[in-house]
Design a protein around this ligand. Sequence first.
Ligand code: ZN
Length: 179
Amino acid sequence: MSGIFIEALKYAADKHISQRRKGCDMVPYINHPIKVTYILQNTASENDPELLSAAILHDVIEDTCATEAELIEKFGKKVADIVLEVTDDMSLTYDDRKRLQIRKAPTLSDDAKMIKIADKMANIEDILTLPLTWSTHRKKQYCEWAERVVEGCRGINPRLDIAFNELIAKAYKIIDNQH
Ligand code: ZN
């Protein structure tokens, strides 16, 4: 495993240290970016250290005090640019951020598109496996929105596209059975 990735993993763990997953207080936040990175390496067979570093860092600007300048200094401009591409503008309302993700998806770089798909997959897996406080309706709404974002990100890594299709089909089946 390359040096840059371990540096990125440690940095992300430090930045997310006091955070827990939304809707499930017992799970440390860092489990989420680890899962995203795991999907890219294991399901999608992606091994580029800069892509995997951006994946482990993908939420640090959005959710912690990390800055673009710090990411450029520590991990280089390419990694920082990918992270920025997948960072929501937190000055917008929740609904606007959700709409913008759908609109922006087709314009993202290949690396950012793959992180987006893996990000949605990690969240859907959490919805299916963690004891979330979410209602069935909210879970289904999340899956429908995730599908629309992923629609604009397909075509880069066929393994990832297939894995997403399988997961979303399974998710609807499980969620529909919860009614
Ligand atoms: Zn994420």
